[in-house]
Design a protein around this ligand. Structure first.
Ligand code: ATP
Ligand code: MG
Length: 521
């Protein structure tokens, strides 16, 4: 059966004495990890956790989190990781909605949920871990046998995870993914990202988020070493890359942007062969150039979403071709790329017909594969809205060229409709990022009497630099068609972001639309 613990079995068998996890000053081999996983499964069993029960985790990327994955799976129970940057009311919503039975929480995050869990009827036990004194959780684990755990009743169609979406566009939705979906997704990703036992991965993307969530499976299966990053700090990232000879990192463009900043300041020597996998939002080509030329990391773009385990396209295929001129490579890598093995991906119009592959006709990305979720938990309506005739509708608009290369134009909700023209907020942002004084930028639709909507830019200026509204607008007018250039600009210190580093345009948009209705919000 395609169950996720097989990946750990394989690692123990082939790479038992290799370091599996490096977490602060703590190193565990695959054999040691497996022993702890068995202890954890028995510990959870002793608390009454059974097949189908939800086990919630609130933890940074850590040993406890990764062993939690496999420890929960062995029972046929459902791993429910929680975003570490939510508010108490959100935790209440998710813990209640998921009916989590046990909550494992890192001691640094306990204050976030301490009050909430007191009156939640479903929660039977809260276990605190990560205490530097290694008391509590560690002594609890040590009571249980590390011997092989019987997992005969786990089947590939069982639900492995209940993951809540980022909440970039509204309330988070609970996505149910089976062992089989996660497993097949892992096989496809390990192929496309060329994962091997020579790899050392730095876990930058949070593991509670689907992108960080999927990667441990394929790095485990190949006996790669997984370095934990408990805090998203750009200098720490550079230090760990150097110290542990990291060969691969997955992260959001906003975080990579900070790493580039830290690199430019310190210019540390990084001479190993690093590749960086980018997910989450479309990076502009200028950005790809920076990564490849300044940082000298190889850039790979992927596209996906929680509902599909998550990855379905990658720029890796032809764009990695070293014979191509650099500029062409960067342009290719700025696109979401080609469909990955195991996923059918189409770009369709409103009638469900594929749009012409001409690089300019816009449609919605739809996909069909074994990666697709079983559905949204306790939300049949949203499930039926998302999956129609077996095709998952992503809500992402794209164009496709004659070679099958997909370029994300925008989220349906973020497209600016101005005087009947569609403006891609991503395209306007790409122009803004070419400005040497701009650190970060987001473009949203604001209401306009004449045009319906017009683009508005929200800009974060690099430290020590100044910029006026007029300068920004004129700069964009040089790069873009007139109607696409922002009509107004706000300067702010920091953009609102989700925990995985995505810019929340819905939050930015809100204050402009207070007294108006917007069809898609
Ligand atoms: P919510 O569904 O709760 O609003 P979310 O859609 O941000 O949140 P995720 O599943 O984490 O939740 O993110 C998936 C989305 O991220 C995609 O639908 C797409 O809009 C965006 N995305 C992912 N990869 C890329 C990419 N390579 N380029 C552009 N956008 C991307
Ligand atoms: Mg979404």
């Amino acid at each position: 059966p395609l169950i996720l613990t097989e990946f750990l079995d394989r690692a123990v068998h082939l790479y038992g004495e290799k370091p599996a996890i490096i977490d602060e000053d703590w190193t565990l081999t695959y054999r040691e990890l497996n022993a702890r996983v068995n202890q954890l499964s028995r510990g959870l069993e002793s608390l009454g956790v059974k097949k189908g029960d939800k086990v919630a985790y609130l933890a940074p990327n850590s040993t406890e989190m990764l062993e939690g994955f496999y420890g929960v799976f062995q029972l046929g129970a459902v791993m429910t990781p929680l975003n570490t940057r939510l508010k108490p009311a959100d935790y209440r919503f998710i813990l209640e909605h998921s009916e989590s039975k046990v909550l494992l929480v890192d001691h640094t995050l306990l204050p976030l949920v301490q009050e909430v869990v007191q009156d939640l009827p479903s929660i039977e036990k809260v276990i605190v871990h990560g205490d530097p004194s290694k008391e509590g959780y560690e002594s609890w684990l040590s009571q249980f046998s590390p011997d092989t755990f019987d997992r005969e009743n786990v089947e590939e169609t069982d639900i492995a995870s209940l993951l809540y979406t980022s909440g970039t566009t509204g309330d988070p939705k609970g996505v149910l993914l089976s062992h089989r979906s996660n497993y097949l997704h892992a096989l496809s990703s390990m192929h496309h990202l060329r994962v091997s036992d020579q790899d050392t991965l730095l876990h930058v993307l949070p593991m509670f988020h689907v992108n960080g969530w999927g990667s441990p499976f394929y790095y485990t299966a190949n006996g790669a070493t997984q370095v934990m990053l408990r805090k998203t700090d750009p200098e720490l990232i550079l230090n760990k890359v150097e110290k542990y000879n990291v060969s691969v990192l997955h992260m959001a463009p906003t975080v990579l942007n900070m790493v580039i900043g830290a690199y430019e300041e310190k210019q540390p020597s990084i001479d190993q062969d690093v590749r960086v996998v980018i997910a989450g939002s479309a990076p502009p080509p200028a950005f790809v150039r920076k990564v490849e030329e300044d940082l000298k990391w190889k850039f790979v773009q992927v596209y996906g979403m929680t509902e599909i385990s998550p990855l379905i396209t990658t720029s890796e295929l032809r764009s990695m071709d070293v014979d191509r001129p650099a500029e062409e490579r960067y342009r290719l890598k700025a696109k979401a790329g080609y469909s990955m093995i195991g996923s059918q991906v189409k770009v369709v119009d409103e009638l469900g017909e594929e749009v012409p592959s001409d690089g300019k006709s816009i449609g919605e990305i739809v996909t069909k594969s074994n990666n697709v979720m079983e559905g949204y938990y306790k939300n049949v309506e949203a499930t039926n809205e998302a999956i129609r005739d077996g095709w998952l509708h992503t809500g992402d608009m794209a164009v496709v060229d004659d070679g099958g290369n997909i370029e994300i134009v925008d989220r349906k909700k973020d497209v600016i409709i101005s005087g009947g023209e569609n403006i891609s907020s991503i395209e306007v942002e790409a122009a803004l990022y070419e400005h040497p004084s701009i650190l970060e930028a987001a473009v949203v639709a604001v209401p306009d009497e004449k045009w319906g909507e017009v683009p508005h830019a929200v800009v974060v200026v690099k430290e020590g630099e100044t910029l006026s509204e007029e300068e920004v607008i004129l700069f964009c007018r040089e790069k873009l068609a007139h109607f696409k250039a922002p009509k107004s600009v706000t300067f702010i210190e920091e953009l609102p972001k989700t925990a995985s580093g995505k810019i929340q345009k819905v939050v930015i948009r809100k204050k402009f639309w207070k007294d108006h209705n917007r069809m898609v919000n």
